[in-house]
Design a protein around this ligand. Structure first.
Ligand code: MG
Ligand code: ZN
Length: 223
């Protein structure tokens, strides 16, 4: 019986995810689902992206946290729309995100960054209606993670290796990581990012800009 209940839950989730996705498309917003372990640097990456993109793009953020509002407070200094979801759950689902969308001026935004709950497992199981998935993965976590969390890495449009300044201190084989992800995922980009290197955010921002142009402006331009 448990299987039936779970199937029902996922079906309802998928229906709401489609509603969210349609809303993003209609408003020409690139919704980016940002996933990764606790402490891998999701909020730090969002801050760096805001700094680079804000002169040319309008950005909103949905912060999913198991508890507390620390990350949303961190982002408040950018004076952009931020919605905090206090989930008491180990992942975001489409209904959480749908309720946040009521509080975002979607029509006036280009990007919505959705920081998922820190966890490499179930965020991959719940479609939230995003149009792009970034999976963050910090050097100290070790180079075996794609083998342990295949679903997460199989879905990534891009994998960002964070805290890359720590590479000299860890036995982390980037080539091995790239190969293990390539076995799971036909098409993905891989980036290295360190908040200590200001230039390392540029290729990631360029990637998002090109996806914004290709996905949102081209495909949905006539909606
Ligand atoms: Mg965070
Ligand atoms: Zn979960």
């Amino acid at each position: 019986m448990r299987i039936k209940v779970l199937k029902n839950v996922l079906e309802k989730n998928d229906n709401q995810a489609q509603i969210n996705r349609d809303l993003f498309k209609k408003n020409r917003v690139l919704a980016v689902n940002i996933m990764g372990s606790p402490g891998c640097g999701k909020t730090t990456l969002i801050e760096a992206l805001i700094n680079v993109l804000i002169p040319s793009y309008r950005i909103g953020v949905i912060e999913g946290d198991y508890a507390g509002t620390v990350d949303a407070e961190r982002l408040s200094r950018y004076h952009i729309p931020v919605v905090q979801l206090d989930t008491s759950s180990c992942h975001l689902n489409a209904h959480f995100v749908g309720s946040a969308l009521d509080h975002l001026p979607l029509r006036d935004l280009d990007f919505v960054f959705i920081e998922n709950v820190g966890n490499l497992i179930c965020p991959a199981e719940f479609d939230i209606g995003d149009l792009l998935k970034l999976v963050l993965y910090s050097i100290p976590e070790g180079d075996d993670k794609p083998l342990k969390y295949p679903l997460m890495f199989s879905q990534a449009d891009a994998v960002v290796l964070t805290k890359s300044d720590l590479k000299p201190h860890f036995d982390f084989d980037v080539k091995k990581v790239r190969e293990s992800i390539a076995r799971l995922n036909r098409e993905f980009e891989i980036f290295e990012f360190s908040k200590k290197s200001h230039s390392s955010i540029k290729p990631i921002a360029n990637f998002l800009e090109s996806r914004f142009r290709a996905t949102v402006l081209k495909s949905y331009g006539d909606l």
